[in-house]
Design a protein around this ligand. Structure first.
Ligand code: NAD
Length: 261
């Protein structure tokens, strides 16, 4: 038996990057996957890469819109009759590109970033978890970031949203543990995806690409498949006694203070 045979897994952010890698690996390991994203083109691209015979439901959904999230979960239950795994991966970067100090932050940017990254994750849990609780089985994996554990990456709104995701992971794990529903988070370091493409393009254009992973102990940036591997670990029965945890998947970036000298 494959790890996700007979399981239904929702993947938000499935139209690109880490979400796509996660959805494809879940399907390869036997899951019926729900591909959810705001980008229809991205979803279609992911669906076209699914292994032959994989069962999927592809839906355009804005995770920050509660009626859309509720309608998605209702449709999944009507279609598949169950939901076993939720991977909250959809996210956006800070929109104030230059990452200014807090004294220059804009309220509208904070509201937008928190709305997708933090409230979106909460909404998916809110509408999915009751069905897991009723069956006394389920695993939820949130996507935080090293930016949620330390300052200095991604901008203030993004960091705060990801710190919120880490805490949401703990509070939801406490709320749902009685019903055998586990909640964990991965905290990726720098990974080349749609979200970070501009950073990589700029670095390559200025022959600085080698510097992008230099602060990691493994001296390289990550690959979406390496984050997907950790997400699938938490989602699977291999992590059956783990809940409420946030795991850096960052090549050792957060292991060191990186002090000069
Ligand atoms: P990505 O931009 O390639 O993928 C993000 C996906 O989320 C996109 O397909 C986008 O359309 C979708 N999305 C955005 N807003 C949405 C919404 N409101 N509703 C539904 N879908 C929405 O980026 P990625 O790097 O694969 O990001 C995946 C997750 O990983 C994000 O939560 C991100 O914050 C996190 N992360 C990424 C990195 C990195 O270096 N790439 C590092 C740490 C954490």
């Amino acid at each position: 038996m494959a790890r996700f045979d007979n399981r239904v897994a929702i993947v938000t952010g499935a139209g690109s990057g880490i979400g796509r890698a996660t959805a494809l690996r879940l399907a390869r390991e036997g899951a019926r996957v729900v591909l959810a994203d705001v980008s229809d083109a991205g979803l279609l691209d992911t669906e076209n890469r699914l292994p032959e015979g994989a069962e999927c439901l592809r839906r355009v959904v804005d995770v920050s819109d509660e009626p859309q999230v509720k309608a998605l979960v209702d449709e999944i239950l009507a279609h598949f009759g169950q939901v076993d795994v939720l991977c909250n991966i959809a996210g956006i970067a800070s929109t104030q590109g230059s990452h200014p100090p807090v004294t220059e932050n804009e309220r509208a940017e904070w509201e937008q970033v928190l709305s997708v990254n933090l409230i979106g994750s909460m909404l998916l849990i809110k509408h999915t978890a009751p069905h897991m609780q009723a069956r006394k089985v389920g695993s939820i994996v949130n996507t935080a970031s090293v930016a949620g554990l330390r300052s200095g990456a991604g901008g203030n709104a993004y960091s705060a949203s990801k710190a919120g995701v880490v805490n949401l992971t703990m509070t939801a794990a406490c709320d749902l543990g009685d019903d055998n529903v586990r909640v964990n988070a991965v905290c990726p370091g720098l990974v080349e995806t749609g979200m970070t493409q501009a950073v990589f393009d700029y670095a390559r254009a200025h022959e600085k690409a080698h510097k992008l992973g230099s602060r990691c102990e493994l001296r390289r940036y990550g690959d979406p498949e390496e984050i997907a591997a950790a997400i699938l670990f938490f989602a699977s029965d291999d992590a059956s006694y783990i809940t409420g945890q946030a795991l850096p998947v960052d090549g050792g970036n957060t292991a060191s203070l990186n002090m000069p000298g």
